[in-house]
Structures are given as C-alpha cells and as structure tokens.
Design a protein around this ligand. Structure first.
Ligand SMILES: [Mn+2]
Length: 313
C-alpha cells in the first residue's frame, strides 16, 4: 500500500468516498507514519454546539487538498505515509466515558508508534489525548493556537470543559509549561485574574497584538524553538478571526488571518511533533465551508511541520 491520496486526475475531487485528503482507510497497525482520525464529541462546550459534526465536514472539504507545499518545496505525501483510520469512538451523553475511550484510542496509536492528527471535537477532547501521551512520552511541550487561555476554573460545578483543558494538563503534569507557547490570544477576559495561571506557570504567550505589532517575518523569526523532546500541537480554529472561521463555538473578533497562521506554522522549529489536534470547528454555524476549509489548511501545514523533522522520540 502506498498511502497516498486518490489522484485528482483519475477521479475528480468531488468524487470518491470522503476520507481526510482522499487518503486510504487503514487499520492502526498497518505500515504508515501518520494517522488522521475524527473525534466527534462536543459535550464540553459552554456556548454553541456542533463540533461533533466537524470530522465529516473536514473530510468533505479536504478533497480540495493538494500535496506539494510551494513554500517548503516538499511533496508531503511522498515524505510521510498518511492514512485515515476513521473516528475515535465517543459517547455523546458521557464526557467521562468519552475521555476513557479517547485515552485508550491514542494509547493504541502511540503503542503502534504512529504520529497523528485528530480532528475534533471541542477543546475538552485534548486533555485525554495528553493523558495518553504522558503514559508513553512523559510530559510533552505544547504549541497552543487559541483565542482563549483555556486555563479557566470549573463551570457550573463541572471541572472538565472546553475552556479548562490546559489548566488540568499543567496540574496533572502532562505538559511542560517551559517548553510551550500560546499563540492568537486576545480579550476580553472574564477578569484580570484570568492571566494568573499562565503567569504563574510562565507559559510563553503571543497575543494577536504581539503578532500584529511587528512585521510578520520578524515575529516568525522570534518564535521559540523546540529542538528537543516530544511536542504536541493543539490548533483551536477560533485563533482565527470569525471572518475566516465563523463556524466555531465561541467566536472572538480581532483574530489572526489564515495567512498569518500559515506563516506561523511554517516558521515553527520543532524537531519531534508526535501529534496534533484541530478543534472547535462547528459545521452548523459555518458559512460556505470557510471554517472547514481553514481546518483543512491547518491540517496540511501541520502535516508539513511533522514531515520537516519527522524524528522519532
Ligand atoms: Mn480552546
């Protein structure tokens, strides 16, 4: 098996069974490098639901995906063997059972020595992924694209929701804060003390103001480098301005452009990216597929980033 997308020359891009990037469907233990899978769960949202439908929508729009990165000069699917392994099982009415299933699913992937991109799902799904990674790799470094800090306290008496994954990840020792960075943050916040957690743990941050205050090339040059240790990337689509990603649970005006996130992703210097997720795409609130397409674009850039190092931990 070659693990390459179905040719757009033989089968037009609107035809064929919809998998991520028209890749073959595979079992976890087959001989490929990177697994793409869906994570259809939105039981952790605090406002607009719908992210459970994201894997289907992103698969659909990924039929537009191409292989050759012009900026890197790399043919992605010649460098990395990628496959769609279907969806992680979830329980729509139980966050607890879903967390157990996600942790088990990702543990199988790491046991099979596979890197992966998960297409969520709301941001609460990142925590059980990080728990699974800790069992294999120890604490990982985190590259976190988001409008929100995601270090918020319990909501309605519930600790685990889509705005608290990072607080739990740090408190549980799943993430090494000093080997991490947050990008795309912006206000308004609930209160000034929202920043206490990230300040206390010294998590480096690039707000949208930080990114816009200098030429983009200069910002890209000054991003932190991650030359060692296993790294994980979590891409919340709401890092983008709602103009670029209207279909999301908690949109925040004043965000990044797709062009800026492309350049930030290309500028990252990461030796070993073991996994990534793209979360918070809500197709019922999408317009003309813009948000799903932005998710496809992020997936492509993240796969290119994985291909750029492709070191095994
Ligand atoms: Mn988030």
């Amino acid at each position: 098996m070659e693990y390459k997308p179905l040719s757009g020359r033989d089968f037009p891009r609107f035809s064929g069974i919809k998998t991520f990037f028209r890749l073959p469907i595979a079992n976890i233990n087959e001989d490929f490098d990177v697994a793409l899978f869906g994570l259809p769960f939105d039981g952790g949202v605090s406002y607009r639901p719908g992210a459970r439908f994201a894997p289907t929508s992103v698969r659909d729009y990924s039929s537009l995906g191409r292989s050759f990165s012009w900026s890197r000069g790399v043919s992605l699917f010649d460098t990395l063997r990628c496959a769609d392994i279907g969806d992680c099982p979830t329980v729509p009415i139980s966050r607890e059972q879903t967390y157990a299933k996600i942790e088990n699913f990702v543990t199988q992937l790491t046991a099979a020595k596979k890197k992966f991109i998960s297409v969520g799902g709301d941001h609460s799904t990142t925590l059980p992924i990080l728990r699974a990674l800790k069992n294999t790799y120890g604490p990982v470094g985190l590259i976190h694209f988001d409008a929100h800090l995601d270090t918020y306290p319990a909501a309605w008496g519930e600790e685990f929701h889509h705005g608290s994954f990072l607080r739990h990840a740090v408190e549980e020792g799943l993430v090494d804060p000093t080997r991490s960075v947050q990008l795309g943050l912006r206000g308004p916040l609930a209160g000034g003390d929202d920043l206490d957690f990230v300040r206390k743990h010294k998590i480096p941050r690039f707000t949208v103001d930080d990114i816009r205050s200098k030429p983009l090339a200069e910002v890209c040059k000054n991003l932190p480098k991650f030359p060692q240790g296993p790294m994980y990337l979590s891409y919340d689509i709401d890092c983008l301005d709602p103009v670029y990603a209207p279909g999301t649970g908690t949109p925040v005006p004043g965000g990044l452009t797709t062009y800026e996130t492309q350049h930030l992703l290309r500028a990252l210097d990461v030796k070993t990216l073991v996994g990534a997720d793209i979360v918070e795409i809500s197709p019922p609130f999408d317009l003309a597929g813009l948000t799903a397409l932005a998710g496809v674009d992020a997936a492509f850039e993240i796969l290119c980033l994985m291909a750029s190092g492709h070191a095994t931990p």
